[in-house]
Design a protein around this ligand. Structure first.
Ligand SMILES: *Cc1c(COP(=O)(O)O)cnc(C)c1O
Length: 371
């Protein structure tokens, strides 16, 4: 049996350090906005290469509060990928702004800068590129457009902590980076968590106020804020995970390289293509095939887990039925939704398992291709 995801090994491998972090926080008697969050914020900002980091409740609110910190809301337009997890869109619509979806590059999975220019209107305020699957979006091109049109850029880094574009970390490439520490992400807490990284001191300061009821001084509320705080316990765990992030991403790279080698040259199977300027962190390893249903069943029959990220693009979700975007509105996103399949990926996937998975994929693709 090869599960899609092995979360237990995270604890097994880091048990002494995580148990010590737990004891430290429990014995401190301080659980919200304290020393652990402060220390993690400093360490994570240094890791990403930004001046500031603000710990928040989750990734969705990291995206939404960043827009609100820029006073983006009703009447404003924000450019988002048509091909993304729905949280990207939800952050924009929660702020009251309008989503303007843009299709991915033909190679996928990320937003196509060549198509962004055509989507910019006088109402456009921001671009929200997503580094989907841990594969960085073309940030150089996005930032050139943003500079030219005076737009803000918030990167959705939820799936790409530690990835690089030309040697610089995701989360430091736009005006702000929104991170999720959901347990399954490359650096995850053991519950919900999030953060914003930025060089902009004013935005960091505003986010610190917003996350805490709009208050800097206890019981003095300077704006109508939120409760969106990273907990001390999670921050203490994240400090342990952060020390391992590069090493664990390296292990993901080895798994991805093994897949690329073992899955090469299979007819009807598309593999991820990495641009020469990008250093992905392989949150997911996503292949493409029109024979996805059969492949999934064949893998399942051999005890190999796989998942679809994501089966329904945001514009086809009932949640956005009111936008009236019909089937065919974003054909590239729809085609990806119909053909992508995520194979087991993570720092605890053995290379022998990759060989087994790849052999099973090859057997099914040969068999079904001959039919
Ligand atoms: C996980 C994820 C989010 C949301 O993060 P949460 O911490 O779950 O709120 C946003 N965008 C993308 C691309 C994600 O994968």
């Amino acid at each position: 049996m090869i599960p899609f995801l092995d979360m237990k090994s995270v604890y097994t491998e880091l048990k002494p350090e995580l148990d010590a972090a737990y004891a430290r926080v429990m014995e401190s008697g301080w659980f919200v906005l304290g020393k652990e969050v402060e220390a993690f914020e400093q360490e994570y900002a240094a890791f990403c290469g930004t001046r500031h980091c603000v710990g928040l409740g989750n990734g969705l609110e990291a995206l939404e509060l960043t827009l609100r910190a820029w006073n983006i809301g009703p009447g404003d337009e924000v450019i988002v990928p048509s091909n993304t997890y729905i949280a990207t869109w939800l952050a924009v619509t929660a702020s009251g702004a309008t989503v303007v979806p843009v299709e991915p590059t033909p190679a996928g999975p990320n937003i196509d800068p060549d198509r962004i220019a055509a989507a910019i209107t006088p109402r456009t305020r921001a671009i929200m590129p997503v580094h989907l699957y841990g594969e960085p979006a073309d940030m150089d091109a996005v930032m050139r457009l943003a500079d030219k049109h005076g737009l803000k850029v918030v990167e959705d880094v939820a799936q790409a902590q530690g990835a690089k574009v030309r040697g610089r970390r995701t989360g430091s490439l736009g005006h702000a980076g929104a991170h999720s520490f959901f347990p399954t992400k490359n650096i995850g807490a053991f519950g919900d968590g999030g953060a914003v990284t930025t060089d902009d001191a004013a935005v960091a300061d505003r986010l610190r106020t917003m996350r805490n009821y709009g208050s800097k001084v206890k019981y003095v509320n300077i704006e109508r804020g939120y409760n969106s705080r990273l907990d001390e316990l999670h921050a203490a765990f994240l400090r342990v995970r952060l020390r391992k992030l590069d090493e664990w991403n390296e292990r993901r790279r080895a798994v991805a390289a093994r897949y690329a080698d073992r899955l090469a040259g299979i007819a009807g199977l598309g593999l991820p293509r990495v641009p020469q300027w990008a250093e992905p962190v392989w949150h997911l390893y996503v292949v493409r095939t029109p024979r996805r249903t059969g492949l999934m069943e064949a893998l399942n029959a051999e005890g190999i887990g796989s998942l679809i990220h994501y089966p329904i693009p945001p514009h086809r979700q009932q949640a956005y039925a009111d936008l009236g975007l019909p089937e065919g509105a974003y054909p590239l996103a729809e085609d990806l939704a119909n053909t992508v399949l995520s194979l087991p990926m993570g720092p605890h996937v053995a290379l022998d398992s990759v060989d087994e998975i790849a052999a099973a994929v090859r057997r099914y693709m040969l068999r079904s291709g001959a039919e």
